[in-house]
Design a protein around this ligand. Structure first.
Ligand code: ADP
Ligand code: ZN
Ligand code: ZN
Length: 806
């Protein structure tokens, strides 16, 4: 008899598999999805290995196969095992990354009366049993959850077991239905012929112009129109509906990021010498991939140096060799231009994965990818797990972006590390691209783990050009000179000139809202989030205070809640206030704001970008959303309002983050036919991250930052693991952390491991959503080993290679 090692979808299973015997009626392969018994339940599982001998003496049978074809390849299973070991995550969580969308479903139990039931009415039923029998007689086949609701969970289960034992009822199982969250949007349509509507419109025009306009619009467009698009009023809709001329209905909508856009084929351009050299190396690796050491490249190219063109050529080479690619971008909605360029070059051969597709649509796309319908799959970090066959090339654009690390839920993986592993196992070439590589990436390129390819010059219509001039303004000097405005004299002048020349400007500020700090002038009390203890941000537009950590909102108090004083002051600067200041100082300039507060709706990112590209606004005001590789040819000025905002967080990557943001935002200027300039305002012009960022000097930044990392044993010189304990009670939280720390100290002593234990300590964000947070940090060459066989108790989160320790 054969046995299967199965990863079971149960939290207690953690990183191990369980042995099941395979009944003769079933034939099983690795990667197949099965139903298995687990305690009293039936759960989903994935076959990870087949063997002659079980790991335990007593095994139970696999119940049945869920899908006749294997859902995962042996490579994918190996990747999942690696993720589970490296990131200390449950094995099933890792496998789930690769399963078809909507796969994870529960098996629901149903009950009905036995066929022979009515002929022999059962004697001596308990009251609960008769209750159930009565229900089943009336309703027929009924879900267990319904019966449990009627009788209470315990009573229902006991009675059902008894009825089953007496064979009075039969039980069957059925998969839970896929929860499709359809997006419904109200639409308007004509209830009469178009001709009738036009005649009515004529008649209505003098008295009711709005109704007439709506009728004409609907007559011109045949079919339903989203009511928002009509720009009409509820009153007009009601009036026409009452007259029976139009009807309203909810229509399910779905926006494919590619379907509603047209892509003109963009032919390959003549490569520059630097691009040619880079491509040649990648080409050589592609043609011999699978043989010998796997190849990984770092394509370090300044902003606008033509990295995307290199990606597309490399992909074309891979396709010519009969292979396929995966391209990761930081966020789909923020990178429409990159996606558009791939879609134009590889027409009809691009699959875009995004979370706004319904589960059904995601599933269809997953199937088509598995069948090999696409040359390339583009998506966020999760696209790495698409079932792309014959994988030959993996590209990670803007590889320094933090969104490549999944931090919120298990498995807390980094797409870059997984891509390297996947490259190794599948023989695919990996290309990491960035103007500001992650420090660890660059260190690996320096030490030979990656091959370094460089594009040192920017390309524009004017040929290769230097990067824009950056002026660093010391805001302390502005104060001394009596300038208390948020604009330095330089920036003020530069904005004025840009507007006079009818060019565009970007102003960057990494904080939303109006004021970031609201305080009583009388007693000094500062308004804080009751759940997170963080200062609340004032949003003038909505007249509310809001917590940017948890979303808590409250109305602005008229009086100080402590001393009842009415003297409340608003400090700090956010993008909303910046926009007000711009309008006040440059009344003729048309502004557009791009931050999380204005991009809640669907397609809002694309709309803002399109409006700005079409020069419907002169000044774009934004947070780091505008730093993600946009190509805005009319922008000749970039102003960074405060370069210091990131710097003062006690975070291990504060310097790196500051440098990256400065360089990336500055890189938006001067990408078209016109030269660009950048003004950076700061109170700390001598800080190495700011000085190097303003010089576009990656090498100098790297030299200084890597030295600091070496001194502190921080990555890449030591690895970190963060253990976070959260609890609603402060004392319990602290005690739990101290106990855990003791256990870790003991374990370290037993195993004699080279690992440093830091903490336990309350975190910088000491409370979030009402839960206190204490942390222990493990630091060393291989800190994960200390936790390898260490059961992690409830209430703890383990994060291997965390991006931040705040
Ligand atoms: P990056 O991805 O490095 O930011 P892009 O690929 O966006 O740079 O290139 C910047 C601009 O230069 C784009 O408009 C692109 O079409 C153009 N470009 C890229 N390579 C060439 C080339 N070899 N010749 C002419 N223009 C090019
Ligand atoms: Zn007060
Ligand atoms: Zn909060």
């Amino acid at each position: 008899m054969g046995y299967a090692e199965v990863a079971v979808n149960a939290p207690v299973a953690q990183r191990r598999t369980f042995s099941y015997s395979i009944p003769p009626s079933i034939s099983l392969g690795v990667g197949q999805a099965v139903w298995v018994p687990f305690g009293p339940r039936t759960l989903q599982g994935i076959v990870c290995r087949l063997s002659e001998h079980p790991e335990v003496a007593e095994t139970r049978d696999v119940i049945s196969v869920i899908d006749p074809r294997p859902l995962l390849t042996p490579t994918q299973i190996e990747i999942a095992r690696w993720i589970a070991e490296y990131y200390l995550s449950p094995l099933f969580d890792a496998l789930a990354l690769m399963l078809p969308p909507g796969f994870e479903r529960k098996l629901l139990a149903f009950y009905e009366l036995s066929p022979g039931f009515s002929s022999s009415p059962p004697p001596n039923l308990t009251p609960e049993q008769s209750h159930i029998v009565g229900l089943l007689e009336r309703e027929g086949r009924t879900a267990q959850s319904v019966l449990e609701k009627a009788l209470g969970k315990r009573k229902a289960r006991r009675a059902l077991d008894e009825l089953l034992a007496r064979e009075l009822v039969i039980r069957s199982q059925e998969l839970e239905r896929v929860k499709v969250r359809a997006k419904m949007v109200p639409h308007l349509r004509l209830a009469v012929e178009a001709e009738v509507a036009r005649t009515e419109a004529e008649r209505l025009a003098p008295r009711a112009p709005k109704q007439a306009a709506l009728l004409r619009l609907l007559a011109d467009r045949n079919g339903p129109v989203p009511s928002q698009e009509t720009g009409t009023t509820p009153a007009a809709v009601k009036a026409l509906r009452d007259k029976g001329l139009i009807s309203t209905s909810d229509v399910q909508v779905w926006r494919d990021p590619l379907l509603d856009r047209e892509f003109v084929f963009s032919p390959p351009v003549n490569l520059t010498a630097a691009q040619e050299t880079a491509l040649k190396e990648i080409r050589a690796s592609l043609s011999q991939s699978g043989k010998g050491a796997p190849a990984a490249f770092l394509l370090h190219g300044v902003t606008g140096s033509g990295k995307t063109e290199v990606y597309m050529r490399a992909l074309a080479e891979a396709v010519a060799l009969g292979r396929r690619g995966i391209v990761l971008v930081p966020e789909i909605s923020l990178t429409p231009q990159t996606i558009g360029r791939f879609a134009s070059r590889f027409q009809g051969k691009v699959a875009v994965l995004h979370s706004r597709m319904s589960p059904g649509e995601q599933f269809d796309e997953w199937q088509r990818i598995r069948e090999g319908a696409f040359d390339v799959v583009i998506g966020p970090r999760s696209a790495l797990f698409a079932p792309q066959p014959d994988l030959g090339l993996i590209i990670i654009d803007e590889e320094h972006e933090w969104t490549y690390k999944q931090e919120e839920q298990s498995p807390r993986y980094h797409a870059r590390e997984v891509a390297l592993k996947l490259g190794e196992l599948s023989g695919a070439v990996v290309v990491l691209g960035s103007a500001t590589p992650d420090l660890e990436t660059y260190h690996r390129a320096q030490t030979g783990r990656y091959r370094l390819l460089e594009l040192p010059r920017r390309i524009t219509a004017r040929g290769e050009i230097p990067l824009p001039e950056v002026e660093l303004v010391d805001m302390r000097e502005e104060l001394k000179a009596g300038n208390r405005s948020i604009f330095s004299r330089s920036l003020n002048r530069a904005i004025g000139e840009t507007m006079a020349d009818h060019e565009q400007a970007i102003l960057f500020l990494n904080r939303r809202g109006t004021s970031t700090f609201v305080q009583c002038r009388n007693c000094g009390y500062a308004m804080r989030c009751p759940r997170c203890d963080l200062a609340l941000t004032y949003h003038a537009g909505e007249e509310t205070l809001s917590c940017h950590q948890c979303g808590y909102r409250k109305a602005i108090p008229e009086k100080c809640p402590v001393c009842w004083s009415r003297r409340i002051r608003y400090l700090g600067l956010g993008t909303e206030k910046l926009e007000d200041e711009v309008r006040r100082t440059f009344p003729l300039a048309r502004t557009l704001r791009w931050d999380r507060d204005v991009t809640k709706g669907k397609g809002s990112h694309e709309r803002i970008l399109e409006a700005f590209l079409a020069h419907e606004a002169d000044i774009l005001i934004g947070t780091q959303m505008i730093a993600k590789g946009l190509d805005l040819p009319l922008v000749t000025l970039v102003g960074i309002i405060s370069a210091d905002t990131m710097l003062h967080f006690p975070d291990i990557r504060a310097g790196e983050r500051t440098f990256q943001l400065l360089s990336q935002v500055a890189g938006r200027a001067g990408r078209g036919a016109l030269p660009g300039q950048v003004v950076v305002q700061t109170y700390t012009p001598d800080h190495y991250a700011i000085a190097a960022g303003s010089q576009h000097d990656y090498a100098s930044f790297y030299r200084q930052e890597i030295e600091l990392r070496r001194q502190h044993g921080h990555p890449p010189f030591g690895r970190l693991v963060s253990l976070v304990h959260t609890h609603a009670n402060a004392e319990v939280c602290r005690k739990g952390a101290e106990k855990m720390f003791q256990r870790l100290v003991e374990r370290k002593g037993q195993e004699k491991l080279e690992v440093e234990l830091v903490g336990p300590a309350p975190m910088f964000f000491a409370r979030i959503r009402g839960r206190y947070r204490w942390q222990i940090v493990l630091r060393g060459p291989d800190p994960v080993r200390l936790l390898a066989d260490f059961p992690i108790p409830q209430g703890w989160v383990v994060n291997v290679d965390p991006m931040t320790l705040l």
